[in-house]
Design a protein. Structure first.
Length: 375
């Protein structure tokens, strides 16, 4: 679900990013954001990109960190790759590890290190020099994996080139019935865990000493992944709309109680619109759209509030509001960590997160519609 939320936000962010194309080179590293971000300058070390379409078009010596609706690796990467998007295509070799997530993910060039990939449709058609952790709805493996391979997928197709040099670990309800050709891995190197369906942390936490058990390491990894995904989403919101983020922060600092009240009124209006639409009979057709708008508005308000919370902590430490890309990223990470910790508190966590969402929604409403009542 978190992967789908990420992909959806990136798709919505695309048009906004398209209004502000930027490419900045500093210290040999490349930074880009915009509708179409192409790293075509040769000799770059590390690159960082976010946009609707992000492409590596010239070899880089370091690592790449990319997020977009469509992410394409069209030139060699000397280091590692981290990529999130609706469509992620690796068409050029990566010297070290690859971490990729999206709806359609294609690994079509050699991966020098470990591969960690998740997607609705996942295809691996090039050799993996290390181990592979693969989570998908539909997986096609038609390449060799030098190390171990952990697979959690509803459908798996092994191609003629598929081979696992280490242990093949299968997870999920389909693990027991999945037919594995002898050319992929012999029976004595196959482990099946039909009762351990943990797409994010399960395969990492289950090893030779604790097969089928979920320990504190699995919980810690799952929590860390949740914080990281939330931080990425909050950071993208601040990156796409920095001025709106500052307006939200100012509203929350100036009148927090009024902002929460406006958020409650906004949510009440949206939900009340559903009731009125149903009463008119003809307006029933608009109910799904109203609910979709409500969900998007609440989610964006929540993300803005997460970022603003981290921004407030940053201001307390640095005395200045975060201004650079890296400062905003750190603020988003701080906010995501605090919100995730609050969510773990029994009984109290959920109401606090609800108040946080209402505060963000109210601040967005004030910044967008400029209501004058209640002052």
């Amino acid at each position: 679900m978190l992967r789908l939320i990420l992909v959806g936000l990136l798709a919505l962010a695309g048009p906004a990013l398209a209004q502000d194309d930027k490419l900045f080179v500093f210290g040999g590293d490349g930074f880009g954001s915009g509708g179409a971000v192409t790293f075509s300058r040769p000799g770059l070390a590390d690159v960082f990109g976010a946009g609707e379409r992000v492409e590596i078009a010239a070899p880089i010596t370091g690592s790449a960190h990319l997020a977009g609706r469509r992410v394409t690796i069209g030139a060699d990467i000397g280091g590692s790759l981290v990529a999130f998007g609706a469509d992620v295509t690796v068409a050029a070799p990566v010297g070290d590890s690859v971490t990729a997530a999206g709806y359609d993910v294609g690994i079509g060039a050699r991966v020098g290190g470990n591969l960690r990939a998740a997607g609705r449709n996942l295809s691996v058609s090039a050799p993996v020099g290390g181990s592979a952790l693969l989570t998908a709805g539909s997986l096609t493996l038609d390449a060799s994996v030098a190390g171990d391979a952990a697979i959690d997928a509803a459908q798996v197709v092994f191609g003629p080139k598929a081979a696992v040099g280490g242990t093949l670990m299968l997870y999920g309800p389909h693990a027991e019935t999945l037919v594995v050709p002898g050319s992929v891995a012999p029976a004595d190197r196959i482990e099946r865990h039909p009762d351990a369906r943990t797409p994010h942390a399960g395969p990492v936490a289950v090893g030779a000493e604790g097969a089928g058990r979920t320990g504190w390491s699995a919980i810690a990894v799952g929590f860390a992944i949740g914080v990281a995904v939330l931080a990425v989403l909050a950071f993208l919101v601040a990156l796409v709309a920095p001025r709106r983020a500052e307006e939200v922060a100012d509203q929350l600092a100036e009148a927090p109680v009024r902002t929460v009240w406006i958020g409650f009124l906004t949510l009440s209006v949206l939900l009340g619109a559903c009731a009125i639409a149903i009463m008119t009979i003809v307006g029933v057709l608009a109910v799904p759209l109203i609910l979709l708008v409500t969900a998007i508005a609440c989610f964006l308000g929540y993300l803005f509030a997460v970022y603003v919370l981290g921004r407030a902590v940053w201001v307390r430490i640095d005395r200045l509001a975060p201004d650079t890309v890296w400062e905003r990223a750190v603020a988003a990470l701080i906010g995501a960590a605090l919100v995730s910790l609050v969510g773990l508190v029994p009984f109290v966590g959920w109401p606090l997160l609800l108040l946080l969402t209402l505060a963000g929604l109210g601040a967005l409403s004030i910044a967008t519609f400029r209501p004058e009542f209640g002052r």
